[in-house]
Design a protein around this ligand. Structure first.
Ligand code: GLN
Length: 447
């Protein structure tokens, strides 16, 4: 497997992998070899080297969510996506670095180390699935998986110049994904091109009885949408996503992409998603609220890290959680617990749920008129390592174009569409629920 030679050559500088699963990969590669020698039918991803974000479980392989609290956790089962990749013949290279419990936009919140952007190692790869994007950009894997709660696939895809897709909520099973915010989390692929993205969707999408929010729907063959034709496609550009704060270089690249869609026969016009200004506040109430509940299970009793020298059981809980969680995770637990507490629940959490519905309705209305919405993924390109670590609000602003998509549950995709100040710029495509096909169709014209 030549890809291991590549990992050995570059991962010292990129630092994308947390754990390698070389033995597993070699065993899988040997079994594909046997299939070929026996003349058996070859599986769709036979021998394709894949990597997954370290918040998805693999039976017998350390799975940490890049937190000290799970640093030695070895799950006794595999996530559904892992079983599907195995079934499709993929070879599993290893687990990639991410922000702790997927909370962050730069991969600087990992408890282990910072992953670097392969285009400029002084810059962040984006987050939270930064490792999964970096391995594709650096040639350390052919395909990878990330998870996206509020942009964590699309932002790193944009910063690293690769293709990343967050499927419709419910399209991919979350069984075996370490939960951050369960009503927003969704697993999706990173690839070099749109064709590989469609091939990955064919493997990972589809109903799973082990996830109660997994949808039963008529899953198409996603490769069927790879036709070079956007004639007649109605494309809306939400004005709010091209507003003041956008970097002029990024704006220019996005405008060129819009002009290109028009030249190819799509109808492009500006539109509005009026509740966009509330998206960040809504997300940063709902996501921490769900996180504070999901993270209650890390108490030092059931699994994971346990602090030593505790006086009694309450002291043990407190020491375990203070020592095991990093500062961003603690911040979210505090925000979420506050928003859910008696007396504040109605004013914050319930209000946020109502605004979430308004945001979803903005999209419903837009999709009555348009087949596709298009915007930048982020108002800027990849920022410098350390630039935003002292200011959480500044960091949260990187998510301004991506989080509404999770709140609405619709599919969103980032495709490379040019460079600004020498760094890649991602174009975001947003579609109707379960209409990943239209995203692929439009994305394919940029190949
Ligand atoms: N940056 C966002 C956050 O920190 C999104 C994270 C994600 O999508 N997992 O919550």
């Amino acid at each position: 497997l030549a890809v291991f030679t590549r990992v050995e050559a570059v991962d010292d500088r990129v630092k994308a992998y947390v754990t390698m699963t070389k033995e597993r990969a070699l065993e899988q590669a040997r079994s594909v070899d046997r299939q070929i020698k026996n003349g058996d039918k070859i599986s769709p991803l036979a021998g394709i080297p894949v990597a997954i974000k370290d918040n998805m479980c693999i039976d017998g392989v350390r799975t940490t969510a890049c937190s000290k609290i799970l640093a030695n956790f070895v799950p006794p089962y595999s996530a559904t996506v892992v079983k599907r990749l195995d079934g499709a013949g993929a070879t599993m290279l290893g687990k990639t670095n991410c922000d702790e419990f997927a909370m962050g936009s730069s991969t600087e919140n990992s408890a282990f180390f910072v992953t670097r952007n392969p285009w400029d190692t002084e810059r962040v790869p984006g987050g939270s699935s930064g490792g999964s994007a970096a391995v594709i950009a650096a040639g350390e894997a052919i395909c990878s998986l990330g998870s996206d709660t509020g942009g964590s696939i699309r932002l790193p895809a944009s910063f690293c110049g690769v293709v990343g897709l967050k499927p419709t909520y419910g399209a991919v099973s979350r069984y075996g994904l370490i939960a951050f915010a369960s009503s927003l989390d969704q697993i999706g692929p990173f690839t070099r091109d749109v064709t590989d993205c469609a091939a990955m969707l064919n493997v990972i999408c589809g109903h799973d009885p082990l996830d109660s929010t997994s949808a039963s729907y008529n899953m198409p063959d996603y490769t069927g949408f790879l036709k070079n034709d956007v004639r007649g496609l109605k494309v809306g550009v939400p004005r709010e996503y091209m507003a003041e704060g956008i970097n002029p270089g990024v704006r220019e690249v996005i405008e060129e992409a819009l002009a290109r869609l028009e030249t190819l026969g799509a109808h492009v016009e500006y539109t509005t998603l009026p509740h966009t200004e509330y998206a960040l506040s809504t997300y940063y109430l709902i996501a921490p609220a769900e996180a504070s509940s999901n993270l209650a299970r890390y108490d030092g009793v059931r699994y994971g890290y346990r602090a030593e020298n505790a006086d009694d059981v309450i002291d043990m809980f407190m020491k375990t959680r203070s020592e095991g969680f990093g500062s961003e995770v603690k911040r979210r637990i505090m925000l979420g617990t506050y928003a859910l507490s008696a007396g504040y629940y109605d004013a914050y959490y319930l209000k946020a749920l109502r605004v979430r519905t308004l945001i979803k309705q903005d999209f419903d209305r837009a999709f009555e008129k348009y087949d596709l919405l298009v915007s930048p993924v982020c108002p800027t390109t990849a920022f410098r390592i350390g630039e935003k670590t002292d200011d959480p609000l500044e960091m949260y602003l990187s998510d301004v174009c991506t989080i509404s998509i999770n709140l609405a549950g619709i599919p969103g995709m980032s495709i490379p569409c040019g460079f600004a100040q020498g760094m890649p710029v991602g174009l975001q495509l947003m579609g109707r629920h379960f209409d990943e096909g239209t995203l692929l169709r439009a994305a394919y014209t940029f190949e």
